[in-house]
Design a protein around this ligand. Structure first.
Ligand code: SF4
Length: 331
């Protein structure tokens, strides 16, 4: 993966992963920073520099480790080895949190983070599921750090319960041969190819994602599908109708019989709209005031009556074509 500069906290080089990255990206300029949380020269850049900022790699250590209770596929959201991302999905919720600075930040103290997770898993009254991929795309990150290889192997040996993460990428080869002991739930996020090409910039194609999901199921991982986020372009019924047909044709019998579906409708925000308008002036307009509701400078989501129509449509198509796959929730 190509970057143009590395911004790093000097303490990161006290860790094995920090030194590995130093060697791997030795040809790039390395710029010392005080804290990955605030890099004044980057924070001061303009919205239109958004894509340029994504070329930087930030390296530091994670200091906050607060787990947030969750009630969907997992019991806990865990801040893990990275935040931000190299890709540029126009709706990415990380942009809400980090604004322009949603570039990839790697945290090299992975041993510490996994030790903590293992302890929490062991101490819980019953086996828990931990979502480790809510702050970045860990499959993409793994292509730089091998962190998933490290995490899966160690959690399989020492962990209680499950880990899970979603992805929009297809680089699963390094994970296929790992002894995961069924403790890692792999979830693939899908959207119609037209939406991937125009809105999920820099992510893997739909057919590559389907292929990767089939391979992970074949390798024995528990798997699931995220239809997410559902984006209501004017021809959404055709787009999602075709997507479900393609899934029915190309998913392996193993995936169809053993996995589940999550459905999430897109939310959008004033900040995202402002960044996208300046950084990607020719991109699809995601804010639609007819179908969406929301407060001035806050968040926008689809109106209730629109959501109901979408839900009824998707439930019907899925029950016709992927009837063995339970829908866990629609949100
Ligand atoms: Fe955000 Fe995920 Fe897209 Fe990366 S792949 S930009 S984390 S939505």
């Amino acid at each position: 993966m190509r970057f143009d500069a590395v911004y790093y906290e000097p303490a990161a080089l006290n860790y094995e992963l920090g030194r590995m990255l130093q060697e791997k990206y030795a040809a790039l300029p390395w710029i010392e920073i005080e804290s990955h949380n605030h890099i004044p020269e980057l924070a001061a850049s303009e919205n239109r520099d958004f894509a340029k900022l994504k070329n930087h790699l930030i390296i530091g250590t994670r200091k906050t480790h607060k787990y947030v209770p969750n009630h969907k596929v997992s019991d806990w959201l865990v801040p893990y080895t990275s935040s931000g991302c190299r890709a540029m999905c126009l709706y990415c919720y990380l942009v809400c949190n980090y604004n322009k600075c949603s570039y990839l930040r790697l945290f090299v103290n992975r041993e510490q983070m996994l030790d903590r997770l293992l302890k929490k898993a062991a101490a819980a009254p019953s086996p828990q599921t931990f979502e480790i991929g809510s702050n970045s795309d860990l499959l993409l990150e793994n292509a730089i750090t091998d962190n998933l290889i490290y995490t899966i192997q160690r959690f399989a040996q020492e962990g209680r319960g499950h880990l899970t993460f979603p992805t929009k990428f297809d680089m699963v080869n390094p994970l296929l041969g790992l002894d995961h002991k069924g403790k890692i739930i792999f979830r693939m996020s899908v959207n119609p190819q037209e939406i991937i090409s125009r809105i999920e910039l820099g992510t893997s194609s739909l057919s590559a994602r389907i292929h990767a999901l089939n391979e992970m199921a074949e390798a024995g991982y528990p798997v699931g599908i995220l239809l997410a986020p559902i984006i209501l372009l004017p021809d959404w019924k055709q787009l999602y109708g075709r997507l479900i047909k393609q899934l029915a044709e190309e998913l392996s019998p193993k995936v169809k019989q053993n996995s589940f579906i999550e459905i999430i409708l897109m939310t959008y925000s004033f900040v995202q709209n402002a960044i996208n308008t300046d950084a990607f002036p020719n991109s699809v307009m995601l804010l639609n005031r007819e179908t969406m509701t929301g407060r001035g400078r806050g968040k926008y989501c689809y109106r209730n009556e629109v959501r109901q129509e979408v839900e009824a449509f998707l439930r019907q198509k899925l029950s016709e074509q992927l009837e063995d796959m339970p829908i866990l929730y629609i949100s």
